[in-house]
Design a protein around this ligand. Structure first.
Ligand SMILES: Nc1ncnc2c1ncn2[C@@H]1O[C@H](COP(=O)(O)OP(=O)(O)OP(=O)(O)O)[C@@H](O)[C@H]1O
Length: 317
């Protein structure tokens, strides 16, 4: 994995005391954070706590009514929104989706789809994609513009658990290969990807911040989410050096893609094409909160690697 000296780098984007005021109320206020090249910053917080609003401040979609937002001059932003305003009754191929908002050369489209492992789906109808394939298509669309910062609003929505891991792996590989900064909105209050450098916990303001470990033990986090829910912030932590893409090829930790695993890859046992190897999931403590999500998670997804940490989720199908 590439090493990133994110701390010394100039921020790509910084929010300082930023607030958004609409219809007589502050949607968020006093939001401070920055994202540096190669840094992964994850926003968590309850529904309506201002995660999307803060991300939109960072991208410039929304302007701050107080405070400041600074972006590096010429900053290229890749944004994967939570929702896409698409007329789903109209046929739309993946290739066409890639050029909906801006033109792209055919080889740029192919390259981007290749990088996320869905080149074979270029001619497929978007409506027919699985949740994970759709998120990959959106990721490809954002990456095709070679952004300095990638802003992902709930990138694992509609994706089952193994798909979540695969997507987080892909996001990490993109960061490793390109060195771009990543601002991620987590769909889950209590699980963040292990590679996260900084967690920002929002509740209309910044409730607490720090490494995943620091946030999970902060009194503010516990106060916000209550005793039961806040025993700890679980972390997707898995040590592996390659991921199997949906089309069967293998994405390596250095960003390269091959048709097969390398002989010295981190596994030497039989596996299905969707396996992810040498994952030593390291979810700390219990994770028995009972909040509901509106994502379509597989209720059985917690079995296996992280069984103890994701049980009792109240995913509302
Ligand atoms: N354009 C707008 N005008 C008025 N209110 C808005 C606007 N956009 C968002 N809000 C409100 O601001 C608050 C924060 O919304 P935001 O989408 O940022 O929250 P979130 O943390 O991303 O929520 P979720 O987890 O549900 O996606 C919510 O109460 C929402 O209803």
């Amino acid at each position: 994995m590439a090493a990133f000296k994110t701390r010394d780098a100039e921020p790509l984007v910084s929010l300082v005391g930023a607030g958004v005021y609409r219809n007589g109320r502050w949607l968020v206020r006093g939001v401070d954070f920055s994202v540096r090249p190669g840094e992964i910053v994850t926003l968590i917080g309850p529904n309506g706590s201002g995660k999307s609003t803060s991300a939109k401040l960072a991208t410039g979609i929304l302007r701050a009514d107080e405070g400041h937002v600074t972006r590096r001059p010429g900053l290229r932003v890749g944004y994967v929104p939570q929702r896409l305003a698409v007329d789903w009754t109209m046929p739309l191929t993946v290739r066409r989706l890639m050029t909906l908002t801006a033109p792209l050369a055919s080889d740029e489209i192919d390259q981007a789809l290749d990088a996320v492992g869905i080149r074979h789906l270029a001619g497929a109808e978007v409506q027919h994609l699985s949740g994970g394939e759709f998120q990959r298509a959106l990721l490809a669309r954002a990456m095709a513009r070679k952004p300095d910062i990638l802003v992902l609003d709930e990138p694992v929505q509609g994706v089952d658990f193994s798909g979540e891991i695969a997507l987080y792996d892909l996001i990490t590989s993109i960061r490793n290969a390109t060195g771009c900064g990543i601002l991620l909105i987590s769909h889950d209050l209590h699980i963040v990807m292990a590679e996260t450098d900084t967690v920002i916990c929002l509740n209309g303001h910044v409730c607490c911040r720090g490494t995943p470990a620091a946030v999970s033990s902060s009194p503010e986090y516990m106060r916000l989410f209550g005793d039961k829910a806040s025993r700890t912030l679980a972390v997707y932590s898995h040590d592996h050096d390659h991921t199997h893409l949906p089309d069967g090829r293998v994405l390596h930790g250095d960003g390269s893609i091959t048709d097969h695993c390398h002989p010295d890859d981190g596994h030497h046992h039989g596996h299905s094409a969707s396996d992810h190897h040498r994952h030593s999931h390291d979810h700390h403590g219990h994770h028995d909160h009972d909040h509901s999500h509106d994502q379509d998670h597989d209720p059985g997804h917690a079995r296996g690697n992280v069984a103890d940490n994701t049980k009792e989720h109240g995913h509302a199908g």
